[in-house]
Ligand binder design. Structure first.
Ligand code: GAL
Length: 634
């Protein structure tokens, strides 16, 4: 398959007279895709039930006539103002019960059934009109579910939908009371109608209640999306995607992805580094104009799994963004490097966001491929270079990795619900593991939590999976390779209680987590072989083989055949050592990389990505600052 480039474009922001020239420039640059439409409900339906498709017909025709393929977005992230007159209660309420008002975007509650009906109506109208349009070659549903913290809503609509969800799941209030342990503080319910959402309680709500609410809220995103997908499929055979985000775990992306053909995500490396990455100031300083060397790759691998192999970058940062605490200019070369890194991880397409910087409204400080005056900005030239390189490049394929790393959204909710130590973050735990693997030069596949077949992976890791699924446990029981599970893995039931017998309850491993402790970051638990546990450690009683201990005499790493259990959160040194031993046992060579240099092998090529601001030498090769190097594998 040929990899391709694209761009996000808003014809409605520019005079119609400019569209043809824009389209011609896009095509001349070597772009294939143009995503449009996702915020244009107000123009598609300026007045209720009175549609204006003329401008969109002409925009699609103009782009298509230039040879571009259109990704058409459904506009449900931006309901027009009249919608709120009609449905004043469709907006979400925040945790404090305050309404989230009009004047930006995503001002809707996923649970509001009449709003869903409005979405079905506009999506039906679009699908009927453009489902057979020869230029519309893909769809995008809505835009960035969960963006701006919009999954959890405490509205009346959400309350009612949650009650229905609980009734479906537990069948009787008595069963729910038992499952949640409501006897604890006289929290029993006599009817489902008595159940409220878990906000505004005097102190902490029952974690089982909170966890049920998180599962419910995720299911609401899934059914909201499915409604649109079912309509689009009736009228169109073009693939359907959604654009997910970075480090957002508020709904189960695997569940949403199961209904879609392509998982796309929006990659803003410098925004993420500044805004959400947990890292030292020195690290953020070093990579301020390049982005974190593992953050993009992690999401590429995650969304390859969410898309069951088919994934895109729908929005690629082209220059400074507007929304992070600080918004630096990428180093020359990074807009190219980011695109190539995505292709090396198997992306079908990379679309830059956006074509031309808008001189008005919220994102006027957000760079595009063009300046507001239509002069080319740096990303324009870098995208052109990538387009030329792609044209000369045979397909690079996607290789299967040596390591499978389980990622589980429900575990992110579980440890947010009950962190037990203030800095316990599931995302961080998995991401640090991923980073440790990549530092050793390894290729990683992310695995969904119900993976039933691990036979392709010599190494499997599953840190912090709160409730391990039956298929995963069964797969581990017959796994021939090495696996590293823990800490905190399999330590809750699906209804958020401590299981009996006590965790970890892993195949063939005779071990009991007798006690856990969380610790402030400046209180390490040293390991006898070097490095420390940080944040979290477990005291284990076991008759299994003890591979390592803490200096205070507790088992730190235990094993039963190829399965190892880690009894704490390892720091960088400990993780690196443990991973290298694991690789050694699995017969995999490791090759620690210089800081900021990363490697990805495909079926045919080895790629090297230098996230440093200076050139790096490795394996006899010089990789320029912010540069990419590839060579054919023997
Ligand atoms: C994304 C969003 C785009 C735009 C962009 C700016 O989160 O999907 O519409 O706002 O960020 O970086």
């Amino acid at each position: 398959m040929k990899r391709s480039l694209g761009v996000c474009y808003y014809p409605e922001h520019w005079p119609e007279a400019q569209w043809a020239e824009d389209a011609a420039r896009m095509a001349a640059l070597g772009l294939t895709w143009v995503r449009i439409g996702e915020f244009a409900w107000g123009l598609m339906e300026p007045v209720e039930a009175s549609y204006d498709w003329g401008w969109l017909d002409r925009a699609i025709e103009t782009l298509g006539a230039a040879g571009l393929k259109v990704v058409l977005g459904t506009p449900t992230a931006t309901p027009p103002r009249w919608m709120l007159n009609k449905h004043p209660d469709m907006i979400a309420l925040d945790r404090d019960g305050k309404p989230r008002g009009f004047g930006s975007r995503r001002h809707y509650c996923f649970s509001h059934r009449p709003y869903r009906a409005e979405c079905a109506r506009i999506v039906t109208a679009m699908a009927e009109r453009y489902g057979k349009n020869r230029h519309v070659a893909a769809w995008q549903t809505d835009n960035e579910y969960a963006c701006h913290d919009t999954v959890l809503s405490y509205s009346q609509a959400a309350t009612q939908a949650f009650r229905d969800w609980c009734a479906q799941k537990y069948q009787s209030p008595q069963a729910l009371n038992r499952a949640w342990g409501n006897v604890f503080w006289s929290m029993d319910y006599a009817s489902f109608d008595e159940i409220a959402l878990p906000n505004l309680t005097v102190t902490e709500a029952n974690p089982a209640h909170v966890m049920a609410h998180r599962r419910f809220a995720s299911d609401e995103v899934v059914s909201f999306n499915r409604l649109q997908v079912e309509i689009l499929r009736k009228h169109s055979t073009a693939p359907i995607s959604h654009n997910y985000m970075g480090q957002i775990t508020d709904f189960d992306h695997f569940d949403v992805g199961a209904d879609l053909d392509i998982a796309a995500w929006d990659a803003y490396p410098l925004g993420f580094l500044s805004d959400r990455l947990a890292a030292t100031p020195a690290h953020k300083h070093r990579f301020v104009r390049q982005g974190d060397p593992d953050f993009q790759a992690f999401h590429h691998d995650l969304y390859r799994a969410v898309g069951r192999g088919r994934w895109w970058v729908m929005e690629q940062q082209p220059g400074p963004v507007n929304w992070a605490p600080w918004n630096p200019d990428p180093l020359p070369g990074m807009a190219r490097l980011w695109a190539w890194e995505a292709f090396a991880h198997g992306a079908e397409a990379v679309c830059y966001f956006r074509w031309r910087q808008a001189p008005f409204a919220q994102e006027q400080m957000h760079a595009g491929m063009l300046r507001p005056d239509s002069v080319a900005a740096p990303a324009y030239h870098e995208a052109g270079q990538v387009a030329q390189e792609l044209a000369q490049m045979p397909d690079v394929g996607t290789a299967r990795a040596q390591v499978g790393l389980v990622f589980d959204y429900a575990s992110a909710w579980a440890w947010e619900t009950q962190p037990q130590g203030r800095d316990y973050s599931y995302f961080r735990q998995v991401f640090e593991t991923y980073r440790g693997l990549r530092r050793l030069g390894l290729n990683v596949d992310i695995l969904p939590p119900d993976t039933a077949d691990l036979s392709a992976y010599p190494i499997v890791l599953a840190p912090g999976v709160a409730t391990m699924s039956e298929p995963l446990l069964a797969a581990l029981a017959v796994h021939q390779g090495q696996s590293l599970i823990g800490p905190r893995s399999n330590s809750k039931t699906a209804d958020f209680a401590i299981p009996l017998p006590l965790p970890p309850n892993l195949p063939n491993l005779k071990a009991t987590v007798a006690r856990v402790e969380s610790l402030p970051p400046d209180v390490p638990v040293p390991l006898t072989l070097g490095g420390n546990f940080l944040h979290w450690r477990e005291k284990i009683e076991t008759s299994a083989q003890v591979l390592e201990t803490t200096t205070d005499g507790w088992p730190a790493l235990i094993a039963a055949r190829g399965l190892q259990y880690l009894a704490g959160w390892p720091d960088e040194a400990a993780l690196s050592r443990i991973l290298q031993q694991l690789c050694h046992k699995a017969g995999i060579e490791t090759d620690p990389l210089p800081e900021g240099l990363r490697r990805r092998d495909t079926e045919t090529h080895q790629f090297l990505f230098n996230y440093n601001a200076v050139e790096v030498e490795w394996g006899g090769k010089i990789i320029p600052a912010a540069g990419v190097l590839w060579q054919k594998l023997p």
